[in-house]
Design a protein around this ligand. Structure first.
Ligand SMILES: [Zn+2]
Length: 148
């Protein structure tokens, strides 16, 4: 059995990676619920938040704050961002490895389900999704590099 996030953290699977440090990797969700849907993933395999050392848990919020600033600098989520942790396998966690979602929102944005249907299931949406992820990753890496 292999965990997708462990495989990405170990470099065995490709990802649209934005950032990495000793505790976390940050990447774009390949099944986005909105444009520029970011995931902060612990490098250690940990289904629950409480599985992480306290010092690492504390750094998670600081990193989320930094990512939110980068998203806003790149033009996403100025009107709001959902920060979401599904804590544990039975909490709708699709990968049982701790990750924090940052989902940029805007007033009047499409319902998440409709947006997901458009980008995932329509052939044109699927083809555009890869290009979209690529462009968003470049934009957010730039925003992260420029913030100081
Ligand atoms: Zn894992």
């Amino acid at each position: 059995m292999d965990c997708v996030f462990c495989a990405i953290a170990a470099g065995r699977l490709p990802a649209h990676q934005l950032y990495r440090d000793e505790d976390f990797i940050v990447l774009l969700d390949i099944f986005p619920m909105r444009p520029a849907h970011v995931l902060i993933v612990s490098r250690a395999h940990a289904p629950f938040l409480e599985d992480l050392p306290a010092a690492v848990r504390d750094r998670l919020l600081a990193l989320a704050d930094r990512m939110a600033a980068a998203l806003r600098a790149a033009g996403y989520g100025r009107e709001g961002i959902n920060l979401l942790i599904n804590d544990g396998p039975d909490s709708n966690q699709h990968v049982p490895h701790l990750h924090l979602h940052l989902i940029p929102r805007r007033r009047g944005d499409l319902p998440a389900l409709l947006w997901r249907l458009l980008v995932r299931f329509l052939p044109l949406g699927r083809r555009r999704l890869q290009a979209r992820l690529q462009a968003e990753a470049e934009q957010l890496r730039r925003a992260l590099g420029e913030e100081n």
